[in-house]
Design a protein around this ligand. Structure first.
Ligand SMILES: [Zn+2]
Ligand SMILES: [Zn+2]
Length: 405
């Protein structure tokens, strides 16, 4: 594996930056310190910097020294999670109840590292848009907020790329997948309205609890009977709320839950069937039912050509043994999907290792998994990810992606 020498030389500086961001985690749409730091760095590099896009998002525009040309978007997410941190190292979270438990501190640092190198070179014709996005976590859809705020209108991108660290995959191994890579995330509320009454006189009431109990089973038949067994989807009822007393049949029961799919077609089908069940099953018993269905993140579907291109760049830079071309899809959701609905591109994983980078003395030694209080981004990846971004940009402007058509 060959890293870009200038980036490797700056490894310690990147570690310091990453740890500074880690120590000061900020929640979705509150990333004022982080975005301020990003804007300051980009300005210092001589980029054209635009702040406040999608509330706390930042875009740094780097124009090549060889004139106008195509444009590429590179995206890093900046937000942290509302969770405690169990690590006790010097760069552990200083904001109680907030933690960079998903490695967005590392993503932001890797992209800044690439910007630093490319800003010195500018040896291309065209534009690089460095996109620092808020609010990836918790269904807040910072990507959608930036798009609504004119991201692609103001900073047109011919192609867009995003990268996420992946615990469990060996450190520095890149993983790609054409087509659906991550699930859509959706949530629903069903309100069943019956008629309350005395628990000892059910004939005078319409009991919404009995209907709710039956509905949980019927909803599972959407997964097992309504869609093709080839299509992956999951529907989970995660909340049931009804009643407060031992001897009262309540008026109402509420079911809540989540639906995950890897295609919009399957999602459309499931939402339609969910609505039919929610409305008609209660009617059988003389009650009524109502569904609210919220689509949080669409499925993340990578574009074929850009995925091939991005994988080939990784292979040429780091060797075939460090590239997985057909990684299994992941059940989590990711709002990079909003970008890929509008612009060709791909989302890739970079292995974070098995947690062996952590020191027993100061790290929490529980699982080094995403969203775990013992997690820490692997600093070894910083020059690897930054080098990859640079190689991707260089290949993009060299027109290398056309060769794989
Ligand atoms: Zn996350
Ligand atoms: Zn994440």
């Amino acid at each position: 594996m060959t890293l870009i020498a200038d980036i490797e030389t700056g490894h310690q500086e990147l570690i310091a930056l990453r740890r500074d961001i880690h120590a000061n985690p900020e929640l979705a749409f509150q990333e004022t310190r982080t975005s301020g730091l990003v804007a300051e760095r980009l300005t210092g590099l001589g980029l054209e910097v635009h702040c406040g896009i999608g509330k706390t998002g930042v875009v740094g525009v780097l124009r090549g020294a060889r004139g106008a040309g195509r444009s590429i978007g590179l995206r890093a997410d900046m937000d942290a999670l509302p969770m405690p941190e169990h690590n006790r190292f010097a760069h552990a979270s200083r904001n109680p109840g907030r933690m960079h438990g998903c490695g967005h501190d590392g993503h932001t640092t890797m992209l800044l590292g690439a910007a630093q190198y490319l800003a010195k070179q500018r040896d291309f014709a065209g534009t690089v848009n460095f996109i620092f996005q808020p609010a990836e976590e918790g269904g807040n859809a910072g990507a959608r907020a930036m798009i609504k705020d004119g991201l692609f209108r103001r900073f047109p991108c011919d192609e867009i790329y995003g990268m996420h660290n992946m615990p469990g995959t060996p450190a520095g191994v890149f993983a790609f997948r054409k087509g659906a890579m991550m699930a859509s995330s959706n949530r629903f509320d069903i309100v069943i309205r019956g008629t309350g009454g005395h628990a000892a006189m059910p004939q005078k009431a319409v009991d919404p609890i009995v209907i709710a109990a039956e509905m949980v089973g019927v909803l599972q038949t959407i997964i097992s009977r309504s869609k093709s067994p080839i299509d992956t989807a999951v529907l989970s009822v995660t909340q049931i709320h009804a009643g407060d007393a031992y001897n009262v049949i309540p008026d109402e029961a509420v079911l809540r839950g989540t639906v995950r799919t890897f295609s919009t077609e399957v999602l459309d089908l499931i939402e339609e069937r969910l609505r039919q069940v929610a409305q008609t099953l209660p009617q059988v018993y003389g009650a009524s039912g109502e569904l609210q269905f919220v689509r949080a993140y669409p499925p993340l579907v990578n574009w074929d050509e850009q995925t091939d291109f991005a994988a080939r760049v990784a292979q040429e830079a780091f060797g075939a043994e460090r590239v997985i071309r057909d990684v299994a899809p992941v059940g989590g959701a990711e709002d990079f999907s909003f970008y890929l609905e509008q612009v060709p591109g791909t989302y890739l994983f970079l292995g974070n290792g098995d947690g062996g980078h952590r020191e027993a003395t100061y790290h929490g030694m529980g699982p080094c998994e995403l969203h775990n209080p013992n997690y820490d981004f692997n600093d070894e990846l910083l020059p690897i990810g930054a080098t990859y971004w640079v190689k991707l940009v260089q290949a993009f402007f060299a027109g290398n992606q056309r060769a794989v058509r």
